[in-house]
Write a protein of this length. Sequence first.
Length: 87
Amino acid sequence: MVACCVIFLNVAVEVSLKEVKEEWLKTAGPFHIRRVAEHYGVYDDLFGDAYFIPRVMLDVHYKLTDDSYLPVHRGNVIKPSEVLTTV
């Protein structure tokens, strides 16, 4: 990921988005993901009264064509007919 420039107190600071995402996933990210899943009723629909906080972040891409891949995000819908293989 590219760096982002943040202006704080009239001083520009370059921030690595990759490092920010890694830190977020280690700290507040799993709790944010759980809250979003609760908001959209994912736990109710799939597990009833049970819930969990995700601890292992998956990086899944489905192959669409020879040089095109579809990433799986939290909440996107991928039809079986759109998927050739997982990578």
